[in-house]
Design a protein around this ligand. Structure first.
Ligand SMILES: *Cc1c(COP(=O)(O)O)cnc(C)c1O
Length: 397
């Protein structure tokens, strides 16, 4: 399978040949080999020698939009709709508040748009931020199972906030259907792409998504704490009223004007001075996508997760683990989550034996598959070592 894998050669673009089977790229992507050299150049030449001139001459000032346009190609968005900066948490705040404001600016229905629906299994930060955003905008949050989201969106809904792929189970949620249902009801959807961007085609423009946010340190390999991004569909941009209108989003930032006038386009999602070092590390990391199609990545991702499930069945004692990741391809992201007794201890033992995934309380082993650098041999080894750990640990756990 590795011999016929069209993406096999891309692995050389990453620093991963250390004898460790790394299946945690859904938490922190591996280091692309081009990043250290580029960072040395940024620090020594752009910062060290050019200093303040680099804001213009090295393209620092426009980096958030430039890198946003690069990410846009991976999530099915045309140029001018994605801006990079801040964390996913902060971008969830901007998107939810702005989406509520847009929903409420529309002609009122027979009932007030007073609720924000939140994916009941969401990554916690999205729920915490949405709850605060709801209080600030005079709406209420209601948790809804993501599979029921399309049916639950109604005339009272201002906004639905949904994780495209569930961080724990790896379940892929229905972006086209949920978005269409929201639009039919006059509501908007904010998609969190943390576990889908870089792993599968998202099609934001094709499905007329409203807002999307995502991080860049998982499948986009931008490095620890790399800045996140915000997508605002072009038609909504004139209505986008950011709750964090910092000077970087001003129509003329260097006028240093006392009153705020928003810039047009994705720039409106900026807040303050961008974190240039992290942002340029991300830009260098995105070069690994040169010549790679996201469709090919998806195809390999499904083959990797299928093969892992097959190997687990072969190597792991019957009944020792149970997959909570959907078997259907249409509902699967790029990870496999296995429920297992003593999962925390099992993952410590796997890591000690050179197979790195992660553990989510109370009983989930998570294995992320990054098609750019995960090989089929990695997958077989991970399942085999898991089988060994569960065989020797049996009775002890
Ligand atoms: C990883 C992840 C986040 C992380 O948010 P940060 O602000 O970068 O810490 C948020 N949402 C989801 C769904 C995630 O998977």
């Amino acid at each position: 399978m590795d011999v016929v894998d069209p993406l096999a050669a891309i692995r050389e673009r990453f620093a991963v040949d250390d004898g460790v089977t790394y299946l945690d790229g859904n938490s922190l992507g591996a280091l692309p080999r081009g990043v250290p050299g580029r960072m040395a150049e940024v620090i020594e030449r752009e910062w060290g020698a050019l200093r303040i001139r680099s804001w213009e001459e090295s393209g620092w000032w426009t980096a958030p939009e430039r890198i946003g346009d690069r990410i846009a190609t991976l999530i099915g968005a045309g140029p001018g709709q994605v801006v990079v900066g801040d964390s996913t948490s902060v971008n969830v705040f901007k998107a939810v508040v702005a989406a509520v404001r847009i929903a409420r600016s529309r002609a009122p229905g027979t009932v007030p748009r007073e609720e924000v629906l939140v994916d009941a299994s969401t990554f916690p930060t999205d729920g915490y931020i949405a709850e605060s955003a709801a209080r600030m905008t005079g709406t209420r949050i209601r948790a809804v199972a993501p599979g029921a989201m399309a049916a639950e969106i109604g005339p009272r809904t201002a906004v639905a906030l949904v994780n495209h792929v569930d961080y724990r189970s790896g379940r892929l949620h229905d972006l086209p259907g949920t978005t269409a249902a929201a639009h039919a009801a006059g509501a908007l959807v904010v998609w969190d792409l943390c576990h889908s961007a870089g792993a599968l085609p998202v099609g934001l423009d094709a499905h007329a998504a409203d807002f999307a946010v995502g991080c860049t340190y998982k499948y986009l390999n931008g490095g620890p704490g790399a800045p996140a991004y915000l997508y605002v569909r072009r038609e909504l941009q004139p209505l986008f009223d950011s709750p964090l209108p910092g000077w970087n989003s001003h129509a003329d930032p260097f006028s240093m004007a006392a009153s705020y006038a928003p810039a047009d386009g994705a720039v409106r999602g900026r807040v303050g001075t961008p974190d240039i070092l992290s942002m340029l590390a991300l830009e260098a990391a995105l070069e690994v996508w040169e010549g790679v199609s996201i469709e090919a990545v998806r195809e390999k991702s499904l083959a990797l997760t299928d093969f892992f499930l097959e190997c687990v069945e072969h190597h792991v004692p019957p009944g020792a683990v149970e997959s909570v990741t959907p078997a259907a391809h249409a509902e699967r992201g790029s990870q496999v989550a296995l429920r297992c007794r003593g999962a925390g201890e099992v993952m410590r033992e796997l890591t000690a034996r050179g197979v790195v995934g992660d553990y989510r309380r109370p009983d989930v082993l998570r294995f992320g598959f990054t098609p750019l650098y995960t090989s089929f041999a990695d997958v077989e080894r991970a399942a085999r070592v898991l089988g060994q750990v569960l065989t020797t640990a049996d009775g002890r756990l």
